[in-house]
Each structure stands twice: as structure tokens, then as C-alpha cells.
Design a protein around this ligand. Structure first.
Ligand code: PMP
Ligand code: GLN
Length: 412
């Protein structure tokens, strides 16, 4: 085998998705909706697959023309500049492949990439496979005294971020709204990161797959829209998260054509392109959303409204059973502190594992409820400090959330 497969063999999704499938569970683990996408996406996909030849053949490799055109039109309005559909956008197999192309195209051996913790787990192996070195800087909960109750209490220190920058630093990776914490970065925080990117000539890789999901007035801001940042930012999105259709596996990277041309080289020499019919359906979805933008008919308004209610339902249940949640300002995950729940894990097979891994396995095997251990979203250096948290996914039918509540309320 090649050396690049060494040290990146463990994957929480492979492990915990299998466990959740092996046991009969109520599944609040892996992040996917257990309800259908909006009807217009289903109709568009059905129409595409029943319309014959062209939808079954290759399309333009860097993105189906109707999709890149509407993505450019849609996001130009949001970023506040003209995005070129053919130069500035690459359509990929989910946000995963957009991330992969980004790291492969921009990171060389010996380069350092700063990752803000907690982070979506794939950033680290992807940096490593590109030959780079991941350097971590944590979001920290507000200092002593007050309980942290909201993801907004977790902040990034400018001093700490600066202290990690070296002449080898190539890029900073952020994720807003964040998975698993739910933090939505404020403009001032993004400006601080932007200032450092400009000062030290770094690229910003921003994973915004949950961009439409914010609550209680939190506003998602695109760092690419801040002065001087368009030229040095790659913004990553996902139709799976945008339209509650994770199986479509359509994602994109958006940035200046000057940088995007490098990502395209990785794409053309590996995957080459994404399923045509899925891209066609997503193009229709964005066309609809373009027309309904900012109105109650927009799915980008309806989905967060539904999720807001689900978030509150889950939070009050967790609180009532002593699993103190950190209220997310965005995204569709919530982390909760398990330290007040004392469990006698009677499972020798997990005895060398971190506490949260043992807790989650116990919950799956003994109680029939699947969640995800939060230490998996931390570097080996900082993992130890977050072993008491587990992550719940709330993009679920109310009946699923109620079934989870029944388990939680009767477990002791
Ligand atoms: N980034 C984050 C933060 C995620 O949570 C996920 C999981 N959906 C991805 C990227 C990958 O997205 P996709 O399913 O579109 O590949
Ligand atoms: N992004 C989803 C999550 O965080 C799923 C990731 C995956 O299955 N690889 O749960």
C-alpha cells in the first residue's frame, strides 16, 4: 500500500453508521434528514430521470451548465459581486469532494493548515493525504463563572490564532455554522480571521454547508464577502444539506477563477464529473429558491423554522434528563454534556476507548439510541478535554425525536 493510507484508517462515520445499522436504534447519529426533500426537488429529479438521453449522459465536467449558471446568479446576489458561472464555480460529488479538491490543489508537502476545533472530522485526513500538517486552534467556552449555554459562548481568540501562524501556514479552515457545535461566526470574528489571512497571505477555506440553518436571529455571514477576501477564499456548499437530500451528493466550491482553476485540475483528473440528473434537479431547486428568496415560500426560510422547533424540543428533553445541552445557533446538531450521568460500562471490548465513545456504544447497544462522540471532532492533543460530550442530530421527524425522548426519559 501507499504511505498516504497510513494513519487515516479510522473513520467515525464508517464505525458508527455500521453500529447503528447492526442494532435496532432510534437514529440521532449521522447527519441526514429522515424526511423527504421539498416536492419541487423530487419532481425535478423525477422529470430529469424520465426525460431520456441527455440526462443519462455526461455533461460539462466542471458542472452542468444550468447548475453553474443558477449557482452564480444566486450567490452573486449574496456575496455582492459578479460570480462567473464557468470560471468561479466547480460542482463536485458532495461537499466532501469539494474539500478534497481544495486540499489537493492548494496544500503541498510541508505546508501547514490551521483547523479550528471542533471540526468536521474529514479535514484532518484530507490535509494529511495532501502531505500537509494540520495545526489546531480551539474555540473556547467563555471563561470561568457562567455556564456555557449557547454555541455563541464559544469563541476564537485572535492571539491564539496568530500564535499558530508560521511561514509555512498556507490556509485556515473554518466551518460556519459549525458541525458539531452549532456556532455561527459573527462578522467581527470573521473580520478578525480575514485580517490575519490578508496580513499573512493565507487562503481561507470556509465550509458553509449549513448556511441556511440559523436560529434566534443569528445571521450567517460569508467571509468571502468581506473586503479583500474574495480573492483568497474557497467557499464550500452542499445540495445535500441545502435541500435535505444528502444522497444526491451534489456539492460545490466557489472562489476566484484564479484559484478555482487549480481545483478543477484535481477534479478533471480524478472524478471528472457528478451525476447529470442530480445536478439538473439541484439547478431547478436553486431556480425556485431564487424566485422565492426572502419570502415565506422559500425552503431556506421554511426549513430553519421547522428545525428551530425541533432544536427546542430536543434541548428541553436533554436538560430534563441531566444532559446539559449547548444550544446551537445554527446547523442541525446539538452537543450535550454527559458528565452528570453515571454509567457502569460493562463492555470490556471498549475498555481502552475514550469516555464518549464508550458512552455512545452503551447508548446504542443497551438503550437503542444512536448519537456521535464529540471527541472525534478534536485533534489527538485536545480530545481528552471533550470526552464528556456527545452529539445529537435533530433534522428528524417529530416522531423520531419523541421516540428518542422516550428512551432518554426512561433510561435510569
Ligand atoms: N462539511 C460538513 C461540515 C458536513 O457536516 C458534511 C456532512 N454532510 C460535509 C461537509 C459533507 O457534505 P456532503 O454530504 O455534501 O459531501
Ligand atoms: N456530515 C454528516 C454528519 O456530520 C455525515 C457525515 C458522513 O456520513 N460522512 O453527521
Amino acid at each position: 500500500h501507499a504511505r498516504r493510507v497510513e494513519g487515516v484508517d479510522k473513520n467515525i462515520w464508517v464505525e458508527f453508521t455500521q453500529l447503528a445499522a447492526d442494532y435496532k436504534v432510534v437514529n440521532l447519529g449521522q447527519g441526514f434528514p429522515d424526511f423527504s426533500p421539498p416536492k419541487y426537488i423530487q419532481d425535478a429529479f423525477c422529470k430529469a430521470v424520465s426525460s431520456g438521453c441527455p440526462m443519462y449522459q455526461y455533461t460539462r465536467g466542471f458542472g452542468h451548465p444550468p447548475l453553474v449558471k443558477i449557482l452564480a446568479k444566486f450567490f452573486s446576489r449574496i456575496v455582492g459581486r459578479e460570480i462567473d458561472p464557468f470560471d468561479d464555480i466547480l460542482v463536485t460529488v458532495g461537499a466532501y469532494q469539494a474539500l478534497y479538491c481544495t486540499f489537493q490543489a492548494l496544500v503541498d508537502e510541508g505546508d501547514e493548515v490551521i483547523i479550528v476545533e471542533p471540526f468536521f472530522d474529514c479535514y484532518q485526513p484530507m490535509v494529511k493525504m495532501a502531505g500537509g500538517k494540520a495545526v489546531y486552534v480551539p474555540l473556547r467556552p467563555r471563561a470561568e463563572g457562567g455556564k456555557t449555554v449557547s454555541s455563541g459562548d464559544w469563541t476564537l481568540s485572535a492571539e491564539e490564532l496568530s500564535s499558530k501562524i508560521t511561514p509555512h501556514t498556507k490556509a485556515v479552515v473554518i466551518n460556519t455554522p459549525n458541525n458539531p457545535l452549532g456556532k455561527v461566526y459573527k462578522t467581527e470574528e470573521l473580520q478578525m480571521i480575514a485580517d490575519l489571512c490578508i496580513k499573512h497571505d493565507m487562503v481561507c477555506i470556509t465550509d458553509e454547508v449549513y448556511e441556511w440553518l440559523t436560529y434566534d436571529g443569528a445571521k450567517h455571514v460569508k467571509i468571502a464577502s468581506l473586503p479583500g477576501m474574495w480573492e483568497r477564499t474557497i467557499t464550500i456548499g452542499s445540495a445535500g444539506k441545502t435541500f435535505s437530500a444528502t444522497g444526491l451528493k451534489v456539492g460545490w466550491a466557489i472562489g476566484s477563477g484564479r484559484v478555482m482553476k487549480h481545483l478543477k485540475i484535481i477534479h478533471q483528473n480524478s472524478v471528472y464529473h457528478t451525476a447529470t440528473a442530480a445536478q439538473e434537479a439541484v439547478a431547478h431547486g436553486f431556480q425556485k429558491e431564487y424566485e422565492h428568496f426572502g419570502t415565506p415560500e422559500s425552503y431556506f426560510q421554511q426549513l430553519p423554522e421547522q428545525l428551530h422547533h425541533k432544536r427546542n424540543k430536543l434541548a428541553s428533553c436533554l436538560e430534563s434528563v441531566g444532559l446539559q445541552p449547548i444550544m446551537p445557533e445554527g446547523g442541525y446538531f446539538m452537543i450535550a454534556d454527559t458528565s452528570s450521568v453515571k454509567v457502569d460500562f460493562n463492555d470490556p471490548s471498549t475498555k481502552d476507548e475514550p469516555h464518549d465513545f464508550r458512552f455512545v456504544k452503551w447508548l446504542i447497544k443497551e438503550k437503542g439510541l444512536a448519537t456521535i462522540p464529540v471527541s472525534a471532532f478534536y485533534s489527538p492533543e485536545h480530545r481528552k478535554d471533550f470526552e464528556n460530550y456527545i452529539r445529537f442530530c435533530f433534522v428528524k421527524e417529530d416522531s423520531t425525536l419523541s421516540a428518542a425522548e422516550d428512551i432518554l426519559r426512561t433510561w435510569s
